[in-house]
Design a protein around this ligand. Structure first.
Ligand code: DGY
Length: 318
């Protein structure tokens, strides 16, 4: 352990990030691939000036108090902030750093990868081959839908939503979008209009009290019966039990999910359905992206702890 302010890294981050953390700080690092159990996280937070976390670690008053009055900065390897009690951090004078921008393209790409997998039945075909079920190239075998000409409905038109919409447009899709604040840009519509029109409803909004279960049974009923839902935002934006029922009953055509309500648990009903594509929260999971995210976190720790300045990636108003 080198000198410098005491920092806890709750997870094993990308190699270059770990090296930089170790060079700058007195580092207490979780070197395993598993999250720290809550009790251990609280214990190891004690006395730290900085903590680097992921969305799996809940940063609330309990954790901030366990760290103690010397805690000055928490940096999260995420753009999503729903695991952080920002008000509690603000009250204690703790700066929160996060990782916008660097994961925009990777996450948008994942939304499109999942969408195409579902529309073109890629994972369904893969399962068929692996299970040894017979197949042959016949004119009517496993027909999917091409993206061109379909309507891509973007719920949340921030950085990631816009990037996904850009790729969808390049695939020949018509883009419609809706978000909390009106943008006045072409394709803008209300949430209700989007549900009624879109062939693909792709979620790109943060999880907040307003967006929890935004996609509930009523929203699913408002979608077209052949429409598909793509979720790369947060699981709880969708009522997962209502989604399973809608998929089973043919209320919508399919779902492609990178995120789940109670990760890593997945509603058992989803596993039985062929019209579902699932990934284990891989939106930002490329080495380049995770390294860039990690470096942004270290920038925040370094700015606050070693340079005494507000990081460029501090949560606005946080
Ligand atoms: C985020 O940034 O919020 C992602 O979910 C983590 O990759």
């Amino acid at each position: 352990m080198t000198g410098g302010p005491a920092v806890l890294a709750s997870r094993c981050f990308a190699p270059a990030v770990r090296e930089r953390l170790a060079a700058l700080f007195a580092l207490d690092e979780n070197t395993t691939e598993d999250p720290l159990p809550r009790g251990e996280l609280l214990r190891r937070a004690a006395g730290k000036a900085g903590i680097m976390v992921t969305p799996v670690d809940r940063v609330d008053a309990e954790l901030l108090d366990a760290a103690g009055p010397g805690l000055r900065v928490v940096a999260t390897l995420s753009v999503g902030l729903d695991h952080i009690d920002l008000a509690a951090a603000r009250e204690r004078g703790v700066t929160v750093g996060y990782t916008p921008d660097v994961l925009t393209h990777a996450t948008a790409e994942m939304a499109i990868a999942l969408m195409l997998s579902l529309l073109r039945r890629v994972t369904e075909g893969d399962r068929r081959i692996r299970r040894g079920r017979p197949w042959a190239l016949t004119p009517n075998f496993m027909l999917g839908r091409g993206a061109a000409g379909l309507v891509f409905g973007c719920v949340g038109f921030g950085r990631i939503g816009r990037a996904a919409a850009g790729i969808a447009g390049a695939l020949g899709m018509e883009v419609v979008h809706t978000s909390r604040r009106a943008t006045g840009e072409p394709g803008e519509c209300t949430f209700g209009e989007l549900l009624a029109r879109a062939d693909v409803v792709s979620l790109h909004c943060p999880l907040t009290p307003d967006t929890r279960h935004l996609i509930d049974a009523a929203a699913l009923r408002a979608m077209r019966p052949d429409a598909v839902l793509v979720n790369t935002s947060r699981g709880a934006v969708v009522d997962e039990a209502a989604l399973v029922a809608a998929l089973r009953d043919g209320v919508i055509g399919g779902a492609a999910l990178d995120v789940f309500e109670d990760e890593p648990r997945v509603h058992p009903g989803l596993r039985d359905l062929e019209n579902v594509v699932m990934a284990p929260h891989l939106g930002s999971a490329t080495l380049t992206t995770r390294t860039a995210m990690g470096m942004l976190c270290v920038d925040a720790l370094e700015d606050v702890l070693l340079r005494g300045r507000e990081p460029g990636n501090a949560v606005p108003g946080g």
